[in-house]
Design a protein around this ligand. Structure first.
Ligand code: SF4
Length: 82
């Protein structure tokens, strides 16, 4: 099933532990040492000083939610678009 959803990493909460990367390989270590997204995998990636948000349209919502659950400081949020 194809879902359209947004995944956000709150950079103020991210500790660079990278438990998320093994749950969802679209998450990568960014230049700042915190979690970011592989832009090749996303529809779009938006960055601010505090957060980075990727929009996806695919069948991998489960992986994104698994990464969010695995993040110790709960820095990842997933929002499904209708
Ligand atoms: S698991 Fe959470 S804290 Fe660790 S790198 Fe990923 S988003 Fe950041």
């Amino acid at each position: 099933m194809t879902d359209r959803y947004r995944v956000t990493v709150d950079k103020t909460a991210c500790d660079g532990i990278f438990a998320c990367l093994v749950r969802d390989d679209r998450l990568v270590e960014a230049d700042d040492g915190l979690a970011g997204f592989d832009p090749e995998e996303a529809v779009s990636v938006e960055r601010t000083d505090d957060r980075v948000t990727a929009t996806f349209e695919d069948d991998r919502l489960d992986a994104a939610e698994g990464a969010a659950r695995a993040c110790p400081p709960s820095a990842i949020s997933v929002e499904v678009e209708e």
